[in-house]
Write a protein that binds this ligand. Structure first.
Ligand code: FES
Ligand code: FES
Length: 160
């Protein structure tokens, strides 16, 4: 059984017909070809690689059905950069070596995007707590934390 839904992804409105049981992560990756959103834990909701923003709130896109986002606004990692400029978080991950294989990175970036909107001047401990739902098997997290701290500083400068 299928249902027609309308969803805005990275500012573009899409009308798609989806099976009732299609997951949002599969809509993004398979139907809309936005493969920056990853999936790593076979839909157990523990790794965070599939994190996107739903109406500016970070959610795990393997834990929600596509039909549940009908009429809603989604941002994926492809929507972070603007006018050919990396988002400050992307730039900071690049400068501070906040990634190795990169598989967790889009989820980290999307989670951190929401986190810094709510907490623009976080402590290291607050950053580590915010990352609890995002698993990285490569980096040991240290450079990710450094990158998020640097991005926070940059973002505060932009809003001053
Ligand atoms: S694929 Fe969604 S949390 Fe792991
Ligand atoms: S950089 Fe490889 S899983 Fe995080």
């Amino acid at each position: 059984m299928k249902k027609q839904i309308t969803v805005t992804v990275n500012g573009t409105r899409h009308q798609v017909e989806v099976p009732h049981r299609l997951l949002l992560v599969d809509l993004l990756r398979d139907e809309l070809k936005l493969t920056g959103t990853h999936q790593a834990c076979t839909f157990e909701g523990v790794c965070g690689a599939c994190t996107v923003l739903l109406n500016k709130e970070a959610i795990k896109s393997c834990m929600i059905l596509a039909v549940q986002v009908d009429g809603q606004d989604i941002t994926t990692v492809e929507g972070l950069a603007s006018d050919g400029e990396l988002h400050p978080l992307q730039q900071a991950f690049k400068e501070h070596h906040g990634l190795q294989c990169g598989f967790c990175t889009s989820g980290m970036l999307m989670n951190a995007t929401e986190f810094l909107q709510k907490n623009p001047d976080p402590t290291e401990q607050e950053i580590r707590s915010a990352l609890i739902g995002n698993i990285c098997r490569c980096t040991g997290y240290q450079n990710i934390v450094i990158a998020i701290k640097a991005a926070a500083k940059q973002l505060r400068t932009q809003t001053d």
